[in-house]
Design a protein. Sequence first.
Length: 553
Amino acid sequence: MLKKLVVKNYALIKETEVIFDPGLNIITGETGAGKSILMDALGLALGERADFTDNSIQGEKSVIEAEFDISALDMKDWFLQNDFDYSTDLVLRRELLQTGKSRIFINDTPAQISQVKDLASLLVDIHSQQDTIFIRKPWFALDVIDTFAGLTADVEAFSADFRQYKKMIKELQELDRQINEAKAQYDYHLFLLEELKQLQLEDEEFWDSLEQEINKIDHAEEILLGFQKILQLDTHEEYSISHQLTMIRQTLANLSKFNTEYSQLADRFESVYLELKDILEEIERLSAEVEIDPEKAAILKEKHTELNRLLLKHQKNDWKELLQVQKHLEQNLIYSEELEEKKADLEKRFKELGEALQRKAGELHQIRINHARDFEKQMQEILHKLNFTEPVFKLNIQKTNELFDKGYTQTDFLFSANKGLSPSSLAKVASGGEKSRLMLAIKYMLSGKKTLPVLILDEIDTGISGDTAAKVASFVENMAKKMQVIVITHLPQMASKGQTHFMVSKQTIGDKTISSVKKLNQEERILCIAGMISGDTLSEAAIENAKVLLINK
């Protein structure tokens, strides 16, 4: 239940504290006194959007606190899931700063507006006269029957699946676009890839040495002649390079025993001797490998020409960059094939989800039909209690041609307040006062299906009077036996039914108008209700009538 509402520096309210009781709480006051300000302030504490353009914020900041007793509610899981400390005393606080900034708290812990709204939806149902416009909305009747039939969670799950279904449609469209784009490039990319593959760019050793190989073949005769010239210097037995080196080596070896410097010199020459011998052997080997092969030269030059052509075509600098182009093209072709596989998988899941949605929509439709007659019967009984003498209330259920986020059920309330008239769409035939009572009946019906601890009725009794007003007041009084009900009213019949009665008034202090809230005692209630009956001038008859209303409550 709502235990307390504290409002500071908001609109006409300087500071007020309203302590509510269980059962039926009544709020009355002249038009413009500030009753709606209280409800606006409560709405802000419950996460409603703040308007910083209407000069409602007074002083440095406005502060609104709503304190609830949630001990009778099973809400520990919500606090655990949203990472807030649980307490049976819940305080929602909203702070509005002159700078246009807003802060909101759950039990002194900063929170997000969405979190507070979600929490508030489990605590309070605020209904004003303007909410009767919902009766005209096509979704309203469907939401009502779903709540009555206990389908809310099922419909939410269905809506989530339907959103996924619609998302899949967009994904398939995007895949088709990508596939068509890939197909348009596929043949060209394949041609480019085959062209690059013919070069066998993966052979790193070949491409790194290609230019050197071409140089060797082009100058093979010159290279061979040079090697042979060197080797000829080593062929004469007495005067060959090897023979001369051997003689020097032997001489230094003989001298090394006479002096350490000679020995070191001999060691140094030994290294030179071995290196020169290795070089001569290497020259002999390389000389044997030199080929004079015009056919091979032509092949290598052709490869080199093709490489240069493709480097120019792809605007690359070397064969390694071309290899990256090849790998990219390979990935593009693989991607094209993967797109087709992805589409096939998505189409399969899309079909399965569509079939599941059709089945579930059929189940929801049938459950709605099964509960419709019971809903109509209960509404008829409630409407009689609200002083409809010959009401006819029907729930028209039709099947739509297309699936939507709640299935394929289309609903409408059909209503007639007078005997002999066929029921028509409620939005077209009901008067303002009748719509208010119909909404009250629907709220009563749904209160048994939802576990909302607080129902706030903001002038829902507008447009009714006399015996109808008395019956509506008695009806609300009975509702308050099951939950806390807070009613803002102009009807004396309704005001007399409350266990607790608050009076909102305003007064001018200096150059400012201030609204205040006062809890009335019994004598003050009599005078307040008498004023509601007779207007500005209190009459003895009005006072007596007020006493009778309070006695008979």
